[in-house]
Design a protein around this ligand. Structure first.
Ligand SMILES: NC(=O)c1ccc[n+]([C@@H]2O[C@H](COP(=O)([O-])OP(=O)(O)OC[C@H]3O[C@@H](n4cnc5c(N)ncnc54)[C@H](OP(=O)(O)O)[C@@H]3O)[C@@H](O)[C@H]2O)c1
Length: 510
């Protein structure tokens, strides 16, 4: 295990040495769609230092020029300033190598050494944008070349999701990574934590005085977190077959967002304090019993449908997917947190592909009024935190309908981030890449958080192993299986539909 080092605190802006960003899996989808555009935006906004270089590594044979041309296609078409693009490309290089074979990375080490002789103390961010099976072998390659070492510099490893396939494999991966890099050098990406509105949860709760007194079981009736995607699995069918909605979304993003919603007040907004609070609340997630899994978990898979004239294929017809697949593309779960603050408050989480819209939001449903004149007529208040798209906050409450009597009408105060003049909402990857370069791990998952989340969902993973587990079909373009509506209806609750013009229409069991 490597020892911790003070250089973790080195701030990028104060650094005059070479800064290298090495991307493994540089020919892949994530690099093209997310990493390169994010780095380009940072460059365009003057947030990368002059002497940085981006080195793509992959087995695909590419020259520097052909890699530069390949990545230019992923840059925004509009507005396009060719001079800026060319200037950005000057910082980009490519190494053809199989990264799990250390010898093939020798030119990388030689390049670093050459740079460091010119600009001593070069720092390097290694980004693992490869299939997960390569995370440990690449870390081992870097270790064997001494590229993990930090002396007068820093060396960090950014690890993409999924981090493991279950608790045992996450622990195994941690052991393998920790044999090469220390925990402070490892940055586990959960791109939901890079979203401005997720971070805003902390500001909303702790920089204001009006919300926190309401943030507890006396006032909150139930909590709902929805992460809906309108797309199907696109070209990633083979990957999704092995993953499914529970591992892809529930274990990481939804539970991380829930921790931000439910955590106790941190003493400071700093990496370890925040992550201590997150893990503390995660440890209070009430363990799921077999009965909970049978009764409070709804799994679904999308079926073919025609939405507004467009034929959408069933999951089982997607490329790379088995015609008999039982992989879930939808999951809804009811759970509880055994803390004094959240005692007895049901928490409903749901996520799915091919739902009617793309929307991620947290909804706090407040208790209904007990005033005898308004019980049964005044709608419950809601606080809605929209995470994506159209980031913002909406508070709904009752007002007197103008005219005689005391009719109550539901109205909303709706704040959109886009209304903030001059506000630029950075993409989550931009924010996280910059944080990793700056050594700020606040928005990255720590190993104990990841393991606690895997432990929590292990009963679901065990259930998924059972070939007879219940999986409901839902028509693409609907809000998932009807049983997910029932899950709430039996408690007298209902999901909020972020898009009102479409509701569930077809249901069946697979
Ligand atoms: N794509 C997304 O939207 C997305 C979102 C969130 C997380 N992630 C995660 O990010 C990582 C990368 O995703 P991706 O979609 O970019 O993956 P990908 O396109 O499947 O793979 C990335 C690159 O890895 C290299 N690679 C594949 N198999 C290899 C092997 N056996 N040995 C050595 N290199 C191999 C390939 O490059 P060469 O053939 O040139 O070596 C490939 O272009 C994955 O862990 C994924 O789970 C992706």
């Amino acid at each position: 295990m490597q020892t911790d080092s003070h250089v973790e605190q080195t701030h990028l802006s104060a650094n005059t040495s070479a800064n290298r960003i090495v991307i493994f899996g540089a020919s892949g989808d994530l690099t093209r769609r997310k990493l390169i555009p994010a780095l380009y935006h940072l460059f365009n906004h003057g947030m990368l230092p002059d002497n940085f270089s981006i080195i793509g590594v992959g087995r695909t044979e590419l020259s520097n020029d052909s890699f530069r041309q390949h990545l230019q296609q992923s840059l925004p078409a509009e507005p396009r300033d060719q001079a800026t693009v060319s200037s950005f490309c000057h910082h980009v290089f490519y190494l053809t190598a199989n990264p799990s074979e250390a010898a093939q990375l020798a030119p990388l080490a030689a390049g670093h050494a050459q740079q460091d002789s010119k600009y001593p103390g070069g720092n390097t961010l290694y980004y693992l944008a490869t299939p997960p099976a390569l995370y440990a072998p690449i870390a081992q390659s870097l270790f064997s070349l001494g590229l993990n070492r930090q002396e007068n510099n820093w060396s960090r490893l950014v690890v993409e999701k999924p981090f493991g396939h279950n608790l045992a494999s996450a622990r195994q991966l941690d052991r393998e990574l920790h044999a090469c890099f220390n925990e402070k050098q490892i940055y586990r990406i959960d791109h939901y934590l890079g979203k401005e509105t997720v971070q805003n949860l902390l500001v909303l709760r702790f920089a204001n005085t009006i919300f926190e007194p309401l943030w507890n079981c006396s006032m909150v009736d139930f909590i709902e977190i929805t992460a809906a995607e309108s797309l199907g699995v696109e070209k990633r069918g083979a990957f999704y077959e092995r993953t499914g909605a529970v591992r892809d979304m529930l274990q990481n993003h939804l539970l991380q967002v829930l921790a931000m919603v439910a955590m106790e007040q941190p003493a400071t907004i700093s990496a370890d304090v925040l992550r201590d609070q997150a893990v503390q609340i995660m440890r209070l997630f009430r363990p799921l019993t077999d009965e909970d899994v049978r009764n409070h978990l709804i799994l679904g898979q999308y079926l073919a449908s025609n939405v507004r004239g467009e034929n959408l294929v069933a999951y089982r017809e997607e490329s790379g997917v088995s015609a008999e697949s039982r992989t879930e593309t939808y999951v809804a779960l009811k759970m509880y947190i055994d803390s004094a603050r959240w005692q007895g408050v049901p928490i409903y989480l749901r996520t799915g592909k091919r739902l009617p819209t793309r929307a991620t939001e947290v909804v706090l449903h407040f208790k209904k009024t007990l005033h005898p004149s308004f019980t049964g007529v005044a709608p419950a208040n809601k606080l809605i935190i929209r995470i994506q798209p159209d980031e913002g906050i909406l508070v709904s409450f009752g007002l007197k309908r103008p005219g005689s009597g005391f009719q109550v009408q539901d109205v909303a105060m709706d704040f959109h981030y886009s209304d903030l003049s001059g506000a630029v909402m950075p993409d989550a990857y931009e924010r996280l890449l910059l944080d990793a370069l700056n050594g700020d791990s606040t928005l990255f998952a720590r190993s104990d958080e990841v393991e606690t989340c895997w432990s929590f969902i292990q009963p679901i993973l065990d259930y998924l192993q059972d070939p007879a587990h219940t999986l409901y079909g839902y028509a693409a373009g609907t809000w998932g299986p009807q049983e997910a509506d029932q899950l709430l209806a039996t408690d007298g609750h209902a999901w909020r539909f972020p898009c009102k013009n479409l509701t569930s229409t077809q249901y069946c069991e697979l």
